[in-house]
Design a protein around this ligand. Structure first.
Ligand SMILES: C[S@@+](CC[C@H](N)C(=O)[O-])C[C@H]1O[C@@H](n2cnc3c(N)ncnc32)[C@H](O)[C@@H]1O
Length: 241
């Protein structure tokens, strides 16, 4: 039986960690990806852009958990308008700085479960690499309800890079020597089970339905960093909802 940190402790733990990471100058460290090359991040951003396929003439895009705003820089020229929000004030400051010369972009501080924008504000929503920091299943349901509220009737959302329950982020361990690999795997088991919140595909689909969304669960492309232990969810408003 795996040990989980209670939701009441997970929330402050990750909040503090993301404020600390937001102070790191190195791009990958401030995204919590210190063990990866920038090319992994570029492939993830290309995957997001390719999935959302925004129309620059009409689509308004929201990036939930935008971090330093790296994906926003690729989304802005392909969208009518792009908003980014993040719970971390340090990362909001970084994203604002990165987007200051981009006229069709804005960045604001918000929790994924409570986004201060009117109903139907966005035709595309992405939340990539964030769900495992949600404190609980109940929090994910609140996020999905918020996505449903914010989406236009013909809108599309992607909750991407969701950590799958029962799997571990071991993919990159193959690139390590035996000692480093053993340490990495042991610490990953602790982080993935105790600190992160992982979801099964079935429970994710069930929560999406409860939020009034149709969910399509997809495997990740094999060139992404943790494709063996993560999945993507494509969401559309349920027609009768
Ligand atoms: C791994 S980074 C991903 C950043 C970006 N989406 C990307 O793919 O590069 C996770 C981000 O999610 C943010 N985050 C974590 N929990 C959040 C929450 N409950 N609401 C909003 N943002 C959150 C963190 O502050 C951090 O910037």
């Amino acid at each position: 039986m795996p040990i989980h940190l209670p939701a009441a402790l997970k929330r402050p733990f990750w909040r503090i960690l993301w404020e600390v990471r937001g102070q790191r100058k190195d791009l990958m460290a401030s995204g919590g990806l210190a063990l990866l090359e920038v090319s992994y991040l570029d492939r993830a951003v290309a995957h997001v852009v390719d999935t959302l396929r925004p129309d620059p003439a009409r689509d308004t895009v929201l990036d939930i958990g935008c971090g330093v705003g790296y994906a926003m820089r690729s989304l802005a020229p392909r969208s009518r308008h792009v908003s980014g929000c993040d719970a971390s004030s340090a990362l909001v400051a970084r994203a604002r700085e990165a987007m200051q010369d981009v006229p069709n972009a804005e960045v604001f501080q918000a929790e994924a479960a409570r986004i201060p924008k009117p109903d139907g504000s966005y035709s595309r929503i992405v939340c990539y690499g964030v769900a495992h920091y949600f404190p609980s299943r109940a929090y994910l349901l609140d996020v999905l309800r918020e996505v449903r509220r914010l989406l236009t009737a013909d809108g599309l959302a992607m909750i991407g890079d969701v950590s799958e329950r029962g799997k571990y982020d071991f993919d990159i361990a193959d690139q390590m020597g035996p000692v480093r690999r053993a340490v990495y795997k042991a610490s990953t088991v602790v982080i993935d089970t105790v600190l992160q919140t992982r979801f099964s595909r079935a429970e994710f689909a069930e929560l999406a339905t409860a939020a009034g969304l149709d969910a399509e669960i997809r495997d990740q492309p094999a060139d992404l960093a943790f494709h063996q232990s993560r999945f993507d969810v494509i969401l559309r408003p349920h027609r009768d909802a």
